[in-house]
Design a protein around this ligand. Structure first.
Ligand SMILES: [Fe+2]
Length: 240
């Protein structure tokens, strides 16, 4: 399996605090059957001021440590970029790490605040698509506005955005409502990819295996493979 969204680099955000914890998370991912992890530290201006460079440095360091410790996990890097009024400037500054390119569009992982969908962001996303950037919306099923009414996502889907649902939401890790929305989106065929969004070993480990089994049983093996292997492999092809 390929995990397209996880926080495995230490000291950059609310992921692991130390290199040891970082390595522990990578061992957990590898033992779960994840062969490739694309690390996605937060870029959230004023809170986590990461840049392409700071993420690349952390990624290079962790990659070396994985080799030295014989941990069988291949890494790539992107970022989970918060939707703020600075996004247009960040795009103009070319400071954002994309996954790679699919059908002529660079794919960018974007995160809304958990409380709501930012007003006007449909227009912002159209602006991005116009510039050859396809938003991959992180964990919409955990957004409170979407939890009230999943049809709020329709304008984004119509505009051409892709959706990434969290593996733990599918199995109920985040409670009933995100689970219900996750399955509604799955049943409607609107989910592009499932990812762990792993942050730590105890509460939010970087694992996909349980969700893979669940999806395989409920929707068929082919669907599980599509969501956790084929689609992430296509999106991050340049890094795999
Ligand atoms: Fe995340």
């Amino acid at each position: 399996m390929i995990d397209l969204h996880c926080h495995l680099l230490h000291g950059l955000d609310d992921g692991p605090d130390s290199l040891e914890e970082s390595l522990q998370l990578c061992r957990i991912a590898a033992a779960d059957g994840i062969t490739h992890a694309i690390v996605t530290p937060h870029i959230h201006p004023g809170r986590w001021d990461n840049t392409r460079k700071s993420i690349e440095l952390g990624y290079d360091n962790l990659r070396r440590k994985l080799d030295q410790n014989n941990i069988p996990l291949q890494l790539g890097f992107a970022a989970e970029v918060r939707v703020t009024d600075q996004l247009m400037q960040q795009v103009a500054d070319s400071d954002l790490p994309y996954y790679g390119e699919v059908e002529g569009y660079k794919v960018l992982l974007l995160e809304f605040p958990h409380s709501h969908l930012v007003p006007g962001s449909e227009k912002l996303f159209e602006w991005l698509l116009h510039r050859g950037i396809r938003p991959l919306v992180a964990h919409p099923e955990r957004n409170r506005q979407v939890m009230k009414n999943a049809s709020q996502l329709q304008p984004f889907i119509d505009a051409g955005c892709w959706l990434q649902v969290t593996a733990g939401s599918v199995t109920g890790l985040f409670g009933e409502k995100p689970m219900a929305i996750a399955h509604q989106l799955l049943q409607e065929g609107r989910v592009k990819v499932l990812a762990s969004d792993g942050h730590n070993a105890a509460a939010r480990p970087p694992v996909l295996g349980e969700a893979y089994e669940y999806i395989a049983q409920s929707y068929g093996e082919e669907r599980a493979r599509q969501l956790m292997l084929d689609a992430p492999a296509m999106i991050a092809a340049a890094q795999i």
